[in-house]
Design a protein around this ligand. Structure first.
Ligand code: M6R
Length: 608
């Protein structure tokens, strides 16, 4: 979603801002903009579409500034347009602001400001901010104090950076429920809503906390907390970026590149954590809470989208292997529920980005309950990683495509490790799963070697408008994830169902125009899934089956079969996922869509 970058220092701010914006492009956006203070006056640039377009218009003007802010906007209030793009400013462009989040009381503030003579140009909620600062500035407050006064009027979520010709030596920054991080350099400072934008410039960062207001000069960062009303000592932390900025290499899209990283992803998730020959699982991130974990009697998993479906796989795994009851809840619904929580419950948040607003809100909701808050996160140093008491990183590296692929695989792999860890070796499957995990990367590669066949199947079905995905037990969450993946990149209507539910409704949809993707690998439930396939065939529904190598019977039942290597039922979701991801990818390519940046979607959903 929206991204913020800022720079103050001895380098050319325009290059820094453009670089930063480009590294945030993967989050999804529809317009971008930048502003600079130069010799006491401001320069503002905006463009709809790609950052390249912004770069193009900026290149037509000479910019010689060491102070700038930039923004990528993903429209929430008002359509993507030049006037709605950030930065926003007051009338004479002396106060300039970029903002992520949503100002919930913006209409009230707007009416009040209009009554004072302010004329709004945009449909955004953001425009109230520079006007409020302007208003307080005209009440004889300094730029800094006007900024603080304006913040006190705002309700909702924000990460804000403001610059001004009235004080051309500072950037003011503030955050509430939206991430913002300051990068510390030598005689220079950086600002970003996502630490990955700082990669290559500095590893020293200061994470702003909710209600922090930072005054940033070239050489100094001063932080005050509006909530506690006191000065905060900036805490510099070292960030270990997972990788250098991801490059496409020889791949056409990030999505296929990231699917092809599956074997390495599984490897990285288990590396140093699984000692199969010794029968040991070592999860360093949980060591500090290992005693507390012994007393956990219930786990509530909260997550959104694909991470939620990974959580559903985790539910089955943890219950079956560790015997701990698990409930998976959509983070966006969790906050409305009034459910009783005992101290023996742990909350486990799953998030690729670590910045999903709903998941953060779920963690915040339980912050006073005194319960253990755990995380499975991919983005190192992200908000969720820092909010939780303990957790396990996915180590999948940066995921650039909007559709989650390798991160989902890493999440499921990590959940398997956590389930085994919590089992304390008390499940008979402990050793077999540990052993099988070692061979999983190689089995994932076997699937990738069949990419051409999967591509052919996708091309064969590209004309269909609806799809059903079915699976039982461990394959059920994969069916849900398969449908989501197809929807988001190929815009085909798809629904995921537990196969056992077919006769309870979905079977009514089946005819020759409504194909089904059946997850039918070797398992205890396979015979029952065969019955579902028969029912669909009897209604002329076409079947694409994912089955285990060697299964000949399925050839008679399905129109098309994609085989995966044999593995334990508990590990099948990892392998099946690669198939559904490849199928969705090739479907989107066949339909000519922008695979990495599906319409209307953002990589990181930072507003509720
Ligand atoms: O970063 P998160 O894992 O918290 O994101 C959750 C969802 O927004 C995300 O999984 C989304 O559903 C993806 N686009 C799925 O491919």
């Amino acid at each position: 979603m929206c991204g913020i970058v800022g720079y103050i220092g001895h380098r050319k701010a325009d290059k820094l801002i453009l670089d930063g914006l480009k590294s945030l492009e993967y989050r999804g956006y529809d317009s971008s903009g930048a502003a600079f203070i130069e010799s006491g006056s401001s320069k503002i640039f905006k463009q709809i579409g790609k950052v390249d377009g912004l770069e193009n218009i900026m290149s037509k003007q000479k910019i010689n500034s060491g102070l700038g802010i930039g923004h990528t906007r993903w429209a929430t209030h008002g359509s993507p347009s030049m006037v709605n793009a950030h930065p926003h400013s007051n009338e004479d462009q002396s106060i300039i602001v970029v903002h992520n989040g949503i100002i919930e009381n913006h209409l009230e503030l707007k009416y009040e400001l209009e009554s004072k003579g302010y004329i709004f140009k945009s449909e955004t909620d953001t425009e109230v901010i520079p006007f409020l600062i302007d208003y307080y500035f005209n009440q004889d407050l300094s730029f800094e104090n006007s900024f603080k006064a304006a913040l006190k009027d705002l309700k909702g979520a924000y990460a804000i950076a403001a610059i001004s010709t009235l004080n051309p030596e500072i950037i003011l920054a503030a955050k509430l429920s939206s991430p913002l991080v300051i990068g510390v350099g030598k005689n220079e400072h950086f600002l970003a809503s996502d630490p990955s934008a700082l990669s290559g410039y500095t590893k020293k960062v200061i994470y702003l906390q909710d209600l922090d207001v930072a005054k940033i000069t070239k050489t100094k960062v001063t932080i005050n907390n509006l909530g506690h009303n006191h000065r905060v000592k900036p805490k510099i932390e070292l960030i270990d970026y997972d990788n250098e900025k991801a490059q496409l290499g020889s791949f056409d899209h990030f999505m296929i590149k990231e699917i092809f990283e599956s074997p390495a992803t599984i490897n990285n998730a288990i590396l140093g954590r699984v000692l199969a020959n010794k029968g040991i699982i070592k999860l360093g991130g949980l060591e500090s809470v290992s005693e507390q974990l012994k007393y956990i009697e219930r786990i509530v998993i909260v997550a959104c989208g694909s991470s939620f479906y990974a959580g559903l796989v985790g539910e089955y795994l943890i219950e079956e292997l560790a015997g701990i009851p698990v409930e998976v809840q959509l983070a966006s619904e969790f906050k409305y529920r009034e459910e009783p929580f005992s101290r023996s419950t742990a909350l486990l948040a799953i998030s690729q980005s670590g910045e999903t607003a709903d998941t953060i809100a779920a963690l915040k909701k339980v912050s006073d309950y005194g319960i253990l808050r755990l995380g499975i996160v991919n983005s190192i140093g992200s908000t969720i990683a820092r909010m939780t008491d303990a957790g396990v990183y996915c180590h999948a590296g940066p995921e650039q495509a909007v559709a989650s692929t390798k991160a989902f695989i890493a999440q499921v792999t990590v959940l398997t490790l956590i389930a085994l860890y919590l089992s304390n070796g008390q499940t008979k499957l402990y050793r077999p799963i540990l052993k099988e995990l070692d061979s999983l990367p190689e089995k994932a590669q076997t699937i990738l070697n069949q990419t051409d066949e999967i591509k052919k199947v996708a091309e064969k079905y590209k004309g269909y408008k609806d799809f059903l995905y079915i699976g039982r037990h461990f394959s059920y969450p994969v069916a849900l994830e398969g449908a989501l993946k197809l929807k988001e990149v190929s815009y085909i209507h798809a629904e995921g169902y537990a196969a056992g539910e077919m006769k309870h409704g979905p079977l009514a949809m089946i005819d020759k125009e409504f194909p089904t993707f059946a997850l039918a690998s070797n398992s205890l439930t396979l015979e029952k899934t065969y019955s579902n396939i028969e029912e669909i065939r009897a209604r002329q529904g076409k079947i694409i089956a994912v089955s285990t190598i060697g299964n000949k019977k399925i050839l008679k039942l399905a129109n098309d079969v994609i085989y995966i290597p044999d593995t334990l039922e508990q590990l099948q979701p990892v392998l099946q996922s690669i198939v559904i991801q490849l199928f969705s990818y090739y479907m989107a390519v066949a339909k000519g869509f922008n695979v990495d940046r599906p319409r209307n979607l953002a990589k990181s959903v930072t507003v509720e």
